[in-house]
Write a protein that binds this ligand. Structure first.
Ligand code: AMP
Ligand code: MG
Length: 409
């Protein structure tokens, strides 16, 4: 028996960040930059107006007041998108729109609301400070600035900045392509009602969805029979398009545990009992010329999900150039007593709810490793250390979040 940490360490030491690739900016959403990006242009790219109003010389309005308003001629209009290089003579004004280039010489904008809105002459009854409502070129980003570093994950806000500085293609770590293979003679395709002895391949859908939720690219292969030759040819074929492979089922001690039977003879694969509940039978290694990481997870649905969270997700994040863990553990107080196995880390399905004073963890229902009802209802896994055999109401627990924490009503 090995520890959870030993198995995880072996996995994270084996996997590597994928080689960089060029993608169109919008296609790179969710990916991590693989190069620093410096801007060749300033932002704003030119001095422009922050308001709809009038570009002026502030000095011309220095003496303006309610009692003695100042009237200036309006020399023209400047709309956003105007590319003419305009200048403003002292003693004059120009009507200007938000985002339009400031005419040379003008040093302030009077908002239209502070004027009579005139089109040939405009009257202003208050002074305006120099620089008011003017956006200076480069005040946001200067040309030559490092705008984003290698390792930054691209979401909507990062994509906006890269687009604004003129980026078309970005060099990123691609999303790992992950093949999901379910094994078992009892399995049938989702969408069919199971007959006696049949089980729907819920793991295949769960793991495919989990890969997608992690912002990686899943390929679901579907159900493969407990037959060595079929499994071997399937995995050999799938290795071609995979950055990683996940299998479920067939790794226990049973007579038809095909995955283990086929892969345990491969030197780069290892099958272990990991001191955890659920999820004890685990296999990991690399296959093929490209040394593709292969995770062979147990078939029980809860074991498969816990294994994904604990072992596969950290590896896929590292391959994607992300941090091994992105969400912090949540501390919660046990709502009641329950027991935990000696010598194994328990991953208990719990419902975390938050009130004003903190988080409470309540057992989510049946804790059997086949029990999908309690898995779907849980929003966290309480991680109970191997040396703890009983959890008492009031104990402080460390929990791995699976979803949003509920507000206690
Ligand atoms: P195994 O790991 O193959 O011994 O399977 C353990 C248990 O998990 C059995 O009850 C299987 O029917 C169930 N199981 C295996 N694979 C899947 C799957 N893809 N979807 C749902 N249940 C499964
Ligand atoms: Mg099986």
């Amino acid at each position: 028996m090995i520890t959870v940490q030993e198995h995880l360490s072996r996995i994270v030491e084996t996997v590597q960040r994928l080689p960089p690739t060029g993608l169109d900016l919008l296609d790179a959403q969710g990916c991590v930059l693989a190069r620093d990006v410096t801007s060749e242009v300033p932002l704003p790219g030119f001095r422009n107006s922050a308001m709809d109003g009038y570009a002026v010389y502030a000095a011309d309005l220095a003496a303006a007041s309610e009692a003695a308003p100042v009237t200036l001629p309006v020399a023209g209009d400047i709309a956003a998108g105007s590319t003419a290089l305009l200048g403003l003579a002292q003693g004059q004004s120009m009507r200007i729109m938000t985002g339009a280039p400031m005419p040379d010489g003008a040093d302030a904008v009077v908002p239209v609301e502070s004027t009579d809105g005139g089109t040939s002459m405009v009257t202003v009854s208050e002074p305006v400070p120099v620089g008011r409502h003017v956006r200076q070129a480069g005040e946001d980003v200067a040309a030559g600035d490092l705008v984003m570093s290698d390792g930054t994950r691209l979401g909507p806000r990062q994509i906006a900045l890269l687009a604004a500085v003129g980026t078309g293609q970005v060099t990123v770590t691609p999303k790992p392509r992950v093949v999901v293979i379910s094994t078992g003679d009892e399995l049938i395709e989702p969408g069919t009602r199971p007959g006696f002895g049949q089980v729907v391949d819920s793991n295949g859908l769960m793991l495919t969805a989990a890969v997608r939720a992690l912002d990686c690219t899943p390929f679901r292969v579907g159900c493969v029979r407990d037959d060595a030759a079929t499994f071997l040819s399937t995995i050999e074929r799938e290795l071609l398009r995979a950055d990683a492979v996940i299998t479920t089922g067939g790794v226990s001690m049973g007579a038809y545990d095909t995955v283990k039977e086929v892969l345990s003879s491969v030197a780069a694969m290892r099958f272990d009992k990991v001191a955890m509940q659920p999820g004890m039978p685990q296999g990991f290694g690399v296959l093929g010329e490209r040394a593709v990481p292969v995770f062979t997870l147990p078939g029980n649905p809860v074991s498969a999900m816990v294994s994904f969270e604990v072992f596969v997700a950290p590896a896929l994040r590292l391959m994607a150039g992300r941090r091994q863990q992105e969400a912090s553990m949540v501390s919660a107080v046990a709502a009641h007593d329950w027991s935990a196995p000696a010598g194994k880390v328990q991953f208990a399905r719990v419902v975390l709810s938050e009130d004003g004073s903190g988080c409470t963890a309540a057992i989510a229902g049946h804790q059997g490793s086949h029990a999908l009802g309690s898995l779907a209802g849980a929003n966290a896994l309480a991680v109970i250390p191997a040396d703890v055999t009983s959890v008492r109401a009031g104990d402080l627990l460390s929990c791995h979040p699976l979803g949003p924490i509920l507000e206690a009503s």
